[in-house]
Structures are given as structure tokens and as C-alpha cells.
Design a binder for this molecule. Structure first.
Ligand code: LMR
Length: 397
């Protein structure tokens, strides 16, 4: 029967990561996958993580099963990290389960939504992270798009977004990115979060928040302000968090799925459904990464070190944003790229066409996702001139 299978195209993001690894050009530049890189282009293990791993090595006493929800202490600490010292948390209306990465969390969310309303559609920003479509499709949910990013102004299409959200019915789910929108870097202001919260109250749809970059935009609390506003005002909310970027635990697969309902009793029921979903997909999450996160968040010294390291990353990315704009001007790259300095997190679009993206890869070994999304953190003082000159040459052809 396997001869019936048709080949599937490589993943638009992870495929480029493999191509980049295989490229032997010493000048190659990787602006593709969303992985933080330092000034030398490396992604070292965070110092707080190394220390927490050392503690874990010495104190771990068993490798017995963790249980469906994963590490209970981690779940409580992640609830606080995402929702803060929130009244809803205190009222036991939010419960969190450890998941294998943000993707695992989104898959649990998708199955959970399917159980809650088999006919639900998921509305995603246009554009969004390409994998959202695969994850929701795999759970049998229909994915619909609402306007979000405007390639003409390189800003938000907020009015069009509001018009579409005003048509989303009760029982559907609207996915927003908590901060550092992937792929555009354009986030909602707090006033805009309030407007969409009001629309959800009127329409009755539920929000699912993808929080993969907390701490990479303006700060840990600032980046969670939209999520907390929704938690404050709405009856129901789902949040999928990832520790891949902010703890640099990419390959250890650490994430969290949080469900909030109107009452503590209802949340217990919803949580039992989530655990049942988990049992049928992967039974339970792996222990190591979440235990490391729990060690860091519960130890004041390690937590301070982690926050300091995260701030270093955030500051470097924000500095790079202005630096890229300067370099593009210095090398006369055609167009106005000032918007890059105003966006948040790892990503921005260059707004260049597919042919230019292909030429940058073929002729210069510069790797950019086909949508023209760049990982800002892939730029550094050694490759910025090469990048800007190549872009100027390709765009002036
Ligand atoms: C990205 O968008 O590049 C990251 O979230 C990595 C991935 O899995 O696609």
C-alpha cells in the first residue's frame, strides 16, 4: 500500500535549515529558522540552563513516569509566567499541562477544540506561521484567515481585521500571537487588544493565543499584557506557550497548554478532557526540559540570571533592527526599510519577491524564508555588509 504515497514538499522553514547546514560557502548567511543567534552566529546553551541542568543531574532521583500533565511544579510556574499574579489564576480558573514544545501544545489545543466543538473553524492572521495550517488540518479543523499584515504599508490592517472579526460566530476560535508576531513582527497595541476582546464578548468566539516569544519583544510582563487583558475580561481562553526561544530549549521540546473557563469546576472538566487528548497523542511529555525550566523559575538566583540573559538577547535584537536599517541605507538598498526598526521580536518581512529570494540563496548563500521573512538575529557585524550589498545588487537588477 505504501506505493500509493506521493512525496510531500519539504517544510518551508525547516527545509531551508537543512539546506543551509549542507551549504559549504563560508560566507553563507542563515536568516531562515526562528532560532536566536549571537554575534558570532552561534546558539549556545543559556548559562542559567547549564546551571539548572547541573543541579538536576545531582538531584534527580527517578526516571519513572511523569504522568499525563507532566511536571506539576513546572505547570504552576508556567501559569504564573504567562498569566502573572492574576485573579483568574487565584480563582483556579486556569490549569496548565506541560507539552512537548509549542507545536505539541498547539496540537493538543486543536484536538481539545475539536472535542469542544467538532464544527469549529480556526481563524488565523494572514499571514501566520506556516505550520498552523498543518497542525489544525491534522486535527480535522478548518482554518480560515483574517486580514492582519499590510504589505503596502508594512504595518497592520487593523480596520480590515476588525471588520472580519465582527463576522466570526460563537463556537469558532480566533488565534492571535501573544507578541512578536511570526512572521511579521507587528503586534497589537494594548488598545487594539481591548478592541478585539470587546468583539469576542459581542460575538462569542474564543481566543487561542500562541505565545512562543515571551520576553523577546518588550519584556516578560509587557509581552504577556494582551494575554492578561483577555484573561481578565473573558470567560474562556486557551494559551499555547513555548520555552524554545526564551529558555533556548529548542531541541528539548518544552511547552505548555493552558485552559481557562468561567468557573473552577468547569476548568477541572476541561482539563480532564485535555489530559485525555494528551494520553491519546503522546501519553506524557518528556521530563528533562520542563524540570530545567522549573529549576530556573523557582530559584531566585537562576531566575535573575535567566532574566538577564533574556534581556541581553532582546536588547541585541532591538539594536540589530536599527543597525539593519542603517546598513541598508548605507548600501543603497532600494526601498524604505524603516519599518524593521519599529517591529518586535525575531522576525520582519523584507517585502521582496520570490525571484529575489531565490537569487539571494543561489548566488550568495543567503537563506530567507519564501515569504521574505528574515530572522533578524541571524544578522551580525560580520555579515551585515555582505547581506546589504547582495540585496542592493539583486534588487537593482
Ligand atoms: C520558526 O518559525 O522559524 C520557528 O518557529 C521554528 C519552526 O518550527 O518553524
Amino acid at each position: 500500500m505504501f506505493e500509493q504515497l506521493k512525496p510531500v514538499p519539504t517544510d518551508p522553514i525547516l527545509g531551508l535549515m537543512s539546506e543551509y547546514k549542507a551549504d559549504t560557502n563560508p560566507k553563507k548567511v542563515d536568516l531562515s529558522v526562528g532560532v536566536y543567534k549571537n554575534e558570532t552566529g552561534d546558539t549556545p546553551v543559556m548559562r542559567a540552563v547549564k546551571k539548572a541542568e547541573q543541579i538536576r543531574l545531582e538531584t534527580e532521583t527517578t526516571k519513572s513516569y511523569l504522568g499525563l500533565a507532566g511536571d506539576v511544579q513546572y505547570n504552576e510556574l508556567m501559569t504564573s509566567l504567562v498569566f502573572g499574579d492574576h485573579a483568574t489564576v487565584k480563582a483556579n480558573r486556569i490549569k496548565t499541562a506541560q507539552t512537548p514544545g509549542g507545536t505539541g501544545s498547539l496540537r493538543v489545543a486543536a484536538e481539545f477544540i475539536k472535542r469542544s466543538n467538532p464544527n469549529a473553524s480556526i481563524w488565523v492572521t494572514n499571514p501566520t506561521w506556516a505550520n498552523h495550517f498543518s497542525i489544525f488540518g491534522a486535527a480535522g479543523l478548518e482554518t480560515k484567515e483574517f486580514p492582519y499584515f499590510d504589505f503596502d504599508t508594512m504595518g497592520l490592517k487593523f480596520d480590515e481585521m476588525v471588520s472580519t472579526l465582527n463576522t466570526v460566530p460563537a463556537g469558532d476560535v480566533v488565534l492571535l500571537h501573544a507578541c512578536c508576531h511570526n512572521p511579521s513582527g507587528m503586534d497589537l497595541t494594548l488598545e487594539q487588544w481591548q478592541i478585539v476582546a470587546d468583539i469576542s464578548k459581542k460575538q462569542g468566539f474564543t481566543f487561542l493565543i500562541d505565545s512562543a516569544y515571551q520576553g523577546f519583544g518588550k519584556g516578560l510582563d509587557e509581552d504577556a499584557a494582551g494575554v492578561r487583558l483577555l484573561a481578565d475580561q473573558l470567560d474562556e481562553l486557551l494559551v499555547c506557550a513555548s520555552c524554545s526561544k526564551n529558555f533556548g530549549l529548542y531541541r528539548d521540546r518544552v511547552g505548555a497548554f493552558s485552559v481557562m473557563t468561567a468557573t473552577a469546576e468547569q476548568t477541572e472538566i476541561a482539563y480532564s478532557v485535555a489530559l485525555n487528548v494528551i494520553r491519546a497523542i503522546y501519553s506524557m511529555p518528556p521530563a528533562h526540559g520542563a524540570a530545567v525550566v522549573a529549576n530556573i523559575l523557582s530559584n531566585p538566583e537562576l531566575r535573575a540570571l535567566w532574566e538577564e540573559e533574556l534581556q541581553e538577547k532582546r536588547t541585541r535584537i532591538n539594536g540589530l533592527r536599527s543597525y539593519i536599517v542603517e546598513k541598508f541605507k548605507e548600501h543603497n538598498v532600494p526601498g524604505n526599510f524603516d519599518f524593521i526598526a519599529k517591529q518586535n521580536g525575531m522576525f520582519s518581512f523584507l517585502g521582496i519577491d520570490k525571484e529575489a529570494i531565490q537569487t539571494l540563496k543561489d548566488d550568495y548563500s543567503i537563506y530567507i524564508v519564501g515569504s521574505s521573512r528574515i530572522n533578524v538575529a541571524g544578522v551580525n557585524k560580520s555579515n551585515a555588509d555582505y547581506l546589504a550589498k547582495a540585496l542592493a545588487t539583486v534588487l537593482n537588477k
